[in-house]
Structure formats: C-alpha cells, structure tokens
Design a protein around this ligand. Structure first.
Ligand SMILES: O=P(O)(O)OC[C@H]1O[C@H](OP(=O)(O)OP(=O)(O)O)[C@H](O)[C@@H]1O
Length: 239
C-alpha cells in the first residue's frame, strides 16, 4: 500500500503535555534521540521538512494559540457579529475567502444562534505561492452572485491578513458591485506586514510576524491545511 509513495517525517516536540492536539496524526510514531516524530504520508516528493520542529503559532504577547483559545475567540466574535446584524435588522451576505478560510468559516458559523439568518458563499482569491506573495491578488469574481451584493450588507471572512491586499480588493470590488456596506473579519493578523490601508472590523489574534503559520485551513507550500491547530515550523535548534 505504501509502494510508490514517499514518506516524510516532521519532528515535533517530545513533550507529552504539548499543547498541540495532534492525536489524529500521531500514528505511527517513533522515538529517537531527537524526540518523538510524526509521520506524514505524502505522494508529493520534495515536500520535505527535515531539520524543522513543528510548534504552535504564537500571539505577539508570546501566548500559544491553542485550539481551545481559537474556539473561545470564535464564540466571542460570532456573538458580536450576530448582535451587530440583528440590532440592524439586516441579513448579511457572508463571503469566506478560499481556500484558507474554509475551516475557520466552518467552525465560525456553527457558533451562530440557530435562528440567525444569513447568506453564505466561498470565493477563491490567491496571491501567495511557496509561502511568498507572488503578485496582485486574483479574485474569482464570477463566484460572487451580483444579486446578493447590490444594496446588501456584506461580511468578508478570511483566515489571515498580512499585507491587507486581499481584504482591501474584496472591499473595493463589492462596493463597486453596489454593496451598501462591507465589513471584514479575520482570525489572525500580522499588523506590521501591512502594505494596504485597511483594518479588519473584527479580528481574533495578532500573531508574531516572523512566522509562516499553517494548519486550521492555512497552507504550507499549498499543503498541510488539515492540521487541527495553527502551527509553524522552526529550525530544530531554535525551538
Ligand atoms: O493580507 P494578504 O497579504 O493579502 O494575505 C492574506 C491572504 O493570503 C492567503 O491567501 P493565499 O493567496 O495564500 O491563498 P489561499 O487562501 O488559497 O492559501 C490568506 O488565506 C489570505 O487570503
């Protein structure tokens, strides 16, 4: 069954009380002098991460971003968002930005009260490749229903804001299409990386800027979006 596939090992902290909730990918493991290793099965040769440790992403204040803290933040933000629209008697059209926001959006909307009414759609946007910004963001405009935009209140949800281009372009585009209001919401922010003038209306956590984060829907070189927590790779000697 494993024939023709390459196996890579991503080394992780050996602590049994590690805040990482990696139980689902902890099988099989092996103990070496370098600690416990998690096996990642991949059919993509070259997807190597040797020499790096996986650790949970950190907030600017150094606090670890655990799944529990993300869940709690989702509850708080969802309740604020819901209250905002209910008080105004408005049905928002929520657009979540694909691919990165897919898991976040799925978790987030499940925090809404069961009688809260909204429209929902995912829209593709892309500007990063190989963990670097490669050019202007491209938004799949055709995936947006103009009828649900004209005269409506929009909420754009993204996993992370860095330069701000993705959210700013969404906002400009939706206002051009006739939206009456466009609000923005992100789980994570790297504020000192901002190059475009935009601040999200709601944000979960400000994180340390020197880390490329992945998991919880976000990618590492287009892969590994399925990690349950927001994690980062650090050179083995730095962890
Ligand atoms: O603030 P910015 O500098 O615009 O960066 C943020 C955007 O970058 C990532 O998307 P990416 O282009 O990597 O596509 P993906 O969602 O498919 O990973 C992320 O999901 C945000 O949408």
């Amino acid at each position: 069954m494993l024939q023709g596939r390459s196996l890579i090992w991503i080394p992780c902290s050996d602590s049994a009380s590690s805040p990482l909730d990696l139980k689902r990918i902890r099988e099989p493991t092996r103990a070496t002098s370098e600690g416990r290793h998690h096996m990642i099965l991949t059919n993509q040769p070259g997807n190597q991460a040797h020499g790096f440790n996986l650790r949970p992403a950190k907030e600017k204040n150094g606090k670890t971003l655990s799944k529990d803290r993300i869940n709690h933040k989702n509850q708080l933000m969802a309740s604020e968002v819901q209250q905002y629209y209910v008080e105004r008697g408005v049905t928002p059209y929520i657009l979540y930005v694909l691919q990165g926001a897919v898991i976040f959006a799925g978790d987030f909307i499940r925090q809404f009260h069961k009688e809260f009414i909204y429209e929902l759609a995912g829209v593709r946007a892309k500007s990063y490749e190989q963990n670097e910004k490669k050019g202007p963001v491209e938004i799949a405009v055709g995936q947006i229903d103009p009828e649900l935009v004209r005269g409506q209140s929009l909420l754009v949800m993204d996993d992370i804001i860095e330069t701000g281009e993705t959210l700013l372009r969404f906002k400009e585009l939706l206002l051009e299409m006739g939206a009456s209001e466009v609000k923005t919401l992100v789980l994570l922010d790297k504020p000192s990386k901002r190059q475009f003038l935009i601040e999200p209306d709601w944000k979960g956590f400000e994180i340390q800027e020197d880390q490329w984060v992945f998991g919880y829907g976000m990618d590492y070189n287009g892969k590994l979006r399925h990690y349950p927590n927001v994690v980062t790779l650090v050179p083995r000697n730095d962890s």
